[in-house]
Design a protein around this ligand. Structure first.
Ligand code: SF4
Ligand code: SF4
Length: 288
């Protein structure tokens, strides 16, 4: 199964709108929402059946046994994340603890133990297609680990004849994006004509190059700043990337979203443009 991940470099470019449309147009049998901090692909791709839901355990967290603690304060002094509160009793703030285990090493009376911590939940729908998603708990870290778990769930639940999977990647450029991109075959960057666009794209392209992943772009709301759109196209060309299409600003996108629908449900200029992006992408996907 080959995988396409859709990335944006930052939020608000219309990444999920485009991902949702490509999922519908391609009729792919497997897709996933890797934006585990704020998943919303399910709002545009409704599921009828009940999903399988499982707790996700990230890194372990420290816990202090008050019966053993002698109040020496060594753990507080050594915790680089200020995760240990000292008051009447010494206590670990689990939302801040990074699980480094240094406090366990310095405690003179073995009063601290690491324990499993539920950082979120994975949600997998499986019927005529597979949709894997997840929700990270508020304040929980380990986003990259959860993204990897979502991708594994999608892959494991998919049938062998699934040719392509589409992943709605995480915004930004940190650990979850690297986890989104790891092992995929192609990246589509959804950008928009803003002053940050080229900078954001550069960082994704660097990461994609590192992983040896082929990259294309499309420009959303391309008509709101034509000069910047031209700059982006020139930049992409210089980098050897193809611009697969320019999607115009279109109020129908907002109407569709407000009704929990995909843009392809609305005859509109944006639908025509994203369909053209899909057609070009499909040829590239078929050719590997
Ligand atoms: S495990 Fe590390 S981060 Fe967590 S409380 Fe101990 S020293 Fe601090
Ligand atoms: S290092 Fe151990 S004994 Fe000292 S305050 Fe921390 S938990 Fe208590």
């Amino acid at each position: 199964m080959k995988q396409l991940v859709i990335l944006s470099g930052k939020g608000g470019t219309g990444k999920t709108t485009v991902a949702s449309a490509l999922i519908r147009l391609s009729k792919t049998k497997a897709y996933a929402d890797c934006d585990v901090d704020a998943p919303n692909l399910h709002l545009l791709n409704h599921q009828k059946d009940k999903p399988e839901v499982n707790d996700f355990y990230g890194l372990k967290k420290a816990r202090i046994n008050p019966d053993k603690c002698i109040g020496c304060g060594l753990c507080v002094q050594h915790c680089a994340f200020n995760a240990i509160e000292s008051g009447d009793v010494y206590k670990v703030n689990e939302t801040i603890c990074e699980g480094c285990e240094l406090c366990v090493a310095v405690c003179p009376v073995d009063a601290i133990e690491m324990h499993d911590f539920v950082s979120g939940k994975t949600i997998t729908y499986q019927n005529d297609h597979v949709f894997a998603t997840a929700e990270l708990s508020i304040g929980a870290g380990n986003t990259g680990l959860l993204v990897t778990e979502v991708k594994n769930n999608m892959k494991n639940a998919s049938s062998e004849d699934t040719e392509w999977a589409i992943l709605d990647g995480s915004p930004g450029i940190g650990c979850p994006v690297i986890a989104s991109m790891s092992g995929v075959d192609r990246v589509l960057i959804v950008t928009e004509p803003s002053v940050f666009a080229i900078h954001d794209m550069e960082r994704i392209i660097e990461t994609a190059d590192h992983f040896g992943v082929k990259t294309d772009i499309c420009i959303n709301k391309a008509d709101i700043h034509p000069e910047m759109t031209e700059k982006i196209k020139t930049f992409a060309q210089d980098k050897g990337l193809e611009c697969l299409g320019e999607i115009p600003y279109d109020d129908n996108v907002i109407h569709a979203q407000n009704q929990g629908k995909s843009i392809i449900d609305y005859p509109s200029p944006a639908k025509d443009a994203v369909t053209q992006v899909y057609q070009r992408l499909a040829i590239r996907m078929q050719n590997g």
